[in-house]
Ligand binder design. Structure first.
Ligand code: AMP
Length: 192
């Protein structure tokens, strides 16, 4: 089963993806994680995307589609893939459909984690404070200004995917404001 976790920054996509990896042996494909890894290892692409990411804007479709293509062509996922933070634009959604088709697969469900804006802001501020308290690095884009840009990018470029997948009969919205366990239970229900 191949699924997309859709939702604004701070909605809990990464956390829920981790749960599904553990519970269902699925493979998480997070373009955000891939881009951060490219930055840490100092690749050319990592250097190109650094400023864009720190500002909270989206990197080009070409770059993220290339990352996903590489994963789909090389990784084996008997339990299926979880697309986390991808696609984020309509062009990426079309590219994903074509890529899955090329490897003989398809998309089963899109789960949209629905969370109010004020909760998103407090979760992201909380994530930065928790990292600081634990002496761990704070994401460069977990600050108020970048967060505003990320939310704007979400509503402008990514939210249209809700209608796109709804029209294909693939969209399920779930309440993302409960505890991690509650949201995981709703996600499980949407998948079974
Ligand atoms: P995330 O960890 O998913 O919140 O992503 C962090 C940042 O990486 C985003 O704010 C974007 O700058 C970039 N990014 C991640 N995934 C994508 C994507 N699918 N398309 C464009 N930019 C992305």
């Amino acid at each position: 089963m191949n699924i997309i976790l859709l939702g604004p920054p701070g909605a809990g996509k990464g956390t829920q993806a981790q749960r599904l990896v553990t519970a269902r042996s699925m493979v998480q494909l997070s373009t955000g994680d891939m881009l951060r890894a490219a930055r840490t290892s100092g690749t050319e692409m990592g250097k190109v995307v650094a400023d864009v990411m720190d500002r909270g804007d989206l990197v080009t479709d070409e770059i993220v589609i290339g990352l996903i293509r590489e994963q789909l062509e090389t990784r084996d996922a008997p339990g299926g893939f979880i697309f986390d933070g991808f696609p984020r634009t309509l062009a990426q959604a079309d590219a994903l459909a074509a890529l899955l088709d090329e490897v003989g697969q398809s998309l089963d469900t899109v789960i949209e984690l629905q969370v109010d804006d004020d909760v998103l802001v407090s979760r992201i501020v909380g994530r930065a404070e928790a990292a600081r308290a634990a002496g761990q690095p704070v994401r460069a884009d977990d600050n108020e200004e970048s967060l505003r840009t990320r939310l704007f990018a979400y509503y402008k470029q990514t939210a249209p995917l809700i209608g796109y997948y709804y029209a294909k009969g693939l969209h399920t919205g779930i309440d993302g404001m409960g505890s991690i366990d509650e949201v995981a239970a709703s996600a499980a229900q949407a998948l079974d």
